[in-house]
Design a protein around this ligand. Structure first.
Ligand code: INI
Length: 154
């Protein structure tokens, strides 16, 4: 019988940092609500959750990097909303935030998860922020809880 190693979803006693870009606030706030809903429902205490707001998604990685090294949290959840506009700006912001969070996640001693939407239009973003596509903030929080548990079993 092979050894199977997988994480559990128990948030009690965990300290959780959320980093969220304020840009496209209407959507990003829904992602935060989804993440908070997930954390509360899995036993994370209100006083153990800290939400950090950045101006936009581009600024998420430097804040997440500091939080991931701060030894004050068990996991960092990155949330933001990047929506394509009429210029290539979207491509740069989307690439930097996803690449940046991935690099931090590889180097950090704690799990760092990605709930940053990269959408072609507002409708796609709404779909993923609490309507028919679920809530990617909730999903990123759930992944964070599972990864904390998994790291402790490695
Ligand atoms: N930031 C976002 O979070 N989403 C976007 O869609 C976006 N667009 O498309 O411009 C965006 N830009 C701001 C960027 O994240 C920085 O805050 C800004 O460039 C200042 O450094």
């Amino acid at each position: 019988m092979a050894l199977e190693v997988a994480g559990q979803l128990d948030g009690s006693n965990l300290k959780v940092a959320i980093v969220v870009g304020r840009f496209n606030n209407f959507i990003s706030e829904r992602l935060v609500e989804g993440a908070l809903d997930c954390l509360r429902r899995h036993g994370v205490a209100e006083e153990n959750i800290a939400v950090h707001w950045t101006p936009g998604s581009f600024e998420i990685p430097p804040v997440a990097a500091r939080l991931a090294q701060a030894k004050r949290f068990d996991t960092v959840i990155c949330l933001g909303t990047v929506i394509r506009g009429g210029t290539p700006h979207f491509e740069y912001v989307a690439a930097e935030v996803t690449k940046g969070v991935a690099q931090i996640a590889l180097a950090a001693p704690i799990p760092v998860t990605l709930g940053v939407l990269t959408c072609d239009n507002v409708e796609q973003a709404i779909e993923r922020a609490g309507t028919k596509g679920g809530n990617k903030g909730f999903d990123a929080a759930l992944a964070a809880l599972e990864m904390v548990s998994l790291y402790r079993r490695l």
